[in-house]
Design a protein around this ligand. Structure first.
Ligand SMILES: [Zn+2]
Length: 408
């Protein structure tokens, strides 16, 4: 057979296949559009996650990568094979039944992809419709974080194989790999999730003269604290690092909890702690008050945060000597009530923490505390908190508390 005959044979074979499969073509087209829509919404979500959590994503991974392109092609091929299979199933097996297997398969694929599109669109999205959808849909935000390979190594005890060792050589050249048992018995890195207080766009939450702002103080303390925690080998996340936060407040708070619980799901809730860093206020009337002092909240009743809260009280007492001196002087000036204690406690149930039904404590899955670091409507407290020494003392207090919990 000469080469012209071969071309003719290939062409006739191709047109025979096309004719046989022609009923599937409209469905193939529709399913392709659905798969591409899913990719597009995933790409948009990726951009949103990168904007919202710049510290958890790297700059060069927002673009389409060849590996993404490859997985899209594989998905499309699987879909096409499913449709072709369904077509032949209909022609030769189920044709007499009152349903069309091809239409059914295409409907399933399109429904699946549209659901995934809606999940992509509602994840990491503060809009009201998105919050409603997220009641029943998966939050895909955490899937778009780039976790440092060194972190994964710390979690599993070895570098994940697919990352290689940078040399292009296979990992563990011939040596026996650590068994799954060994990997699971290695202690994972502790995970600390720091909660910022409020945002620049939240009204109030400042000193009566407006100079001290709670959102700023919380982020300043976290800026001091985070590198110190990381240098101890902990994995540290910040729930809302940006100055502006979504509004209204119930959206903001539920996004914070979603974020924390995403990390808990990824790293194990018993391995995580959440610490929300706030500043107290005695009134919302825009006036100076005489209340002051430091305290730490857990949810009501016995909670898994009680031990962490005890660590916090110990650390507060050892780190706030300079504040105690401030308070003594403030009392002379009449800026506190005479009986004001620098540490506010509730010993009635056998521990020192205060208890309240705070949303971020109740709806997070790991041990969670909220620290109220002095009062933003007390003159002497604000003076202390505004000083560099004050911020450093509050950061050191948090560092010591978290360190002593994980040393237990
Ligand atoms: Zn607050």
């Amino acid at each position: 057979m000469n080469s012209e005959r071969i071309y003719q044979f290939i062409f006739s074979f191709g047109s025979a296949v096309t004719t046989a499969l022609s009923p599937t073509l409209p469905y193939i087209l529709l399913c392709t559009v659905a798969v591409l829509a899913d990719c597009f919404t995933a790409w948009q979500l990726d951009k949103r996650v990168r904007k919202t959590y710049p510290d958890k994503t790297s700059k060069n991974s927002g673009k389409f990568k060849s590996s993404h392109f490859g997985s899209v092609l594989i998905t499309l091929l699987q879909v096409y094979l499913l449709l072709i299979f369904a077509h032949f199933l209909h022609v030769y097996v189920t044709g007499s039944l009152p349903f069309n297997a091809l239409k059914l398969a295409a409907g399933l694929v399109i429904g699946w992809q549209l659901w995934s599109c809606l999940e992509n669109m509602s994840s990491c999205n503060g809009a009201k419709w998105a919050m409603v959808l997220q009641q029943i849909m998966v939050d895909k935000t955490a899937r778009h974080f780039d976790i440092d390979p060194a972190v994964l190594e710390g979690l599993t005890g070895r570098r994940p194989e697919h990352l290689g060792d940078g040399t292009g050589e296979p990992m563990n050249n011939g040596r026996q790999r650590p068994s799954a048992f060994m990997a699971t018995t290695l202690k994972p890195k502790p995970v600390v999730i720091l909660g910022t207080a409020h945002g620049s766009n939240v009204p109030g939450k400042c000193s009566p003269d407006g100079k001290f702002r709670e959102y700023r103080f919380s982020r300043d303390v976290i800026a001091l604290l985070k590198p110190k925690l990381e240098s101890l080998g902990y994995l540290v996340f910040v729930d809302m690092p940006s100055d502006e936060v979504p509004s209204p407040q119930n959206t903001e708070l539920s996004l914070r909890c979603r974020y924390v619980n995403g990390i808990c799901a990824k790293f194990g809730k018993d391995n995580c702690v959440y610490v929300s860093i706030h500043v107290n206020a005695a009134g919302a009337d825009g006036k100076w008050h005489l209340a002051g002092g430091w305290c730490c909240y857990t949810s009501n009743g016995r909670t898994k945060a009680d031990t962490l809260a005890e660590c916090f009280y110990d650390a507060a007492i050892t780190n706030l000597h300079s504040y105690i001196a401030y308070m003594d002087e403030g009392k002379h000036r009449g800026e506190y009530t005479e009986k004001q204690n620098p540490f506010r406690m509730d010993r009635s149930d056998g521990d020192r923490d205060l208890e309240a039904d705070f949303y971020v404590l109740r709806h997070t899955n790991c041990a969670a505390v909220l620290t109220e670091n002095l009062f933003q409507d007390n003159r002497a407290d604000v003076e202390f908190l505004s000083s560099q020494a004050g911020k450093e003392a509050i950061a050191a207090l948090h560092l010591d508390a978290i360190k002593s919990l994980f040393a237990k």
